[in-house]
Design a protein around this ligand. Structure first.
Ligand code: ADP
Length: 274
């Protein structure tokens, strides 16, 4: 891992048990990167590196990487996926969005649908929202009783430990935007006809609960950033910073995993292709 990668990770990673105050974390911070143009070019190169590493992960076929993206509406979860994984071969990547649970999903425990969507060996799984909605929207909107929500932090840590011990590396990113930035992005969705489809009046309702959500995020970060599955708080007001930070961490993690092409039991010169 390079010094730059190490310093980016150190800046955004939440230590286990660390008390997080989101208001103290600058959503516009770009101090770890150079100018916008160079950083965008570097991110494009990282996307290619991620593809090459993913090819090795797929060939190795024994481990997986799970990338979890959480953030308020308009925080850029879709945009992150589009940029960071735009060079990754579709063969080895799955993206799973988690919306309001269906009737079938509600008939099971909240981790049922999540476990079923976890990446198979050799692949990268990306969660667009995740099981963390069970301690975010369900907490803020009182969709589940407080004592049930309270139990979930430990349950989630145990679940993620189980995944890690069974060959899945987990990276969790919270896309941290300011309330003002969200206002601008929502307004863009109203102003630009090509973005109308993205506008959901329900997002305005969630905005009313902004402070309660920030509190719920802080608790989540404090209680569920673990050695085995760390949370990262990504400054996300500037899209190019957000993309660069996440691409850097994904690439450094895959490099650390160091997947290997399997050794074959034959020599190429044993064969002649007629
Ligand atoms: P997005 O906003 O991520 O682009 P959607 O418009 O489909 O995608 O929104 C997904 C919605 O599903 C969000 O409002 C989110 O809060 C909600 N959701 C996800 N998980 C749960 C859950 N466990 N309980 C209730 N609502 C949930």
């Amino acid at each position: 891992m390079t010094e730059l990668e190490r310093s980016i990770i150190a800046k955004v990673r939440v230590a286990p048990g660390e008390r997080v105050r989101l208001t103290e974390r600058d959503t516009r911070d770009s101090s770890l990167f150079g100018g916008e143009k160079d950083t965008k070019a570097a991110t494009a190169a990282l996307a290619k590196d991620i593809d090459a590493l993913q090819d090795r992960l797929y060939a190795e076929g024994s481990r997986a990487l799970l990338v979890i993206l959480q953030g308020t509406d308009t925080s850029g979860k879709d945009g992150t996926i589009r940029t960071v994984f735009n060079a990754t071969g579709p063969l080895g990547v799955t993206v799973t969005p988690f919306g309001v649970p269906t009737r079938t999903e509600l008939a099971h425990d909240y981790l049922w649908r999540v476990h079923a969507a976890c990446p198979r060996r050799g692949t990268i799984g990306i969660f667009n929202r995740s099981h963390y909605e069970s301690v975010l929207v369900e907490k803020v909107r009182n969709l589940s009783p407080p004592d049930i929500v309270e139990q979930r932090y430990d349950q989630i840590n145990a679940f993620e430990k189980h995944l890690v011990e069974n060959g899945t590396t987990i990276l969790k990113f919270m896309l941290h935007i300011s309330k003002d930035e969200q206002k601008e992005r929502l307004q863009e969705r109203l102003d630009d006809p090509q973005k109308h489809w993205k506008f959901n009046p329900g997002d305005l309702e969630d905005r009313i609960y902004w402070d309660a959500y920030q509190d719920a995020y802080e608790t989540m970060l404090e209680r569920c950033s673990t050695h085995h599955a760390p949370w990262h708080v990504i400054p996300a007001d500037r899209k190019w910073v957000r993309n660069a930070a996440i691409a850097t961490i994904v690439k450094a993690t895959l490099e650390d995993m160091n997947p290997q092409y399997p050794k074959v039991q034959w020599q190429p010169d044993e064969f002649t292709i007629s």
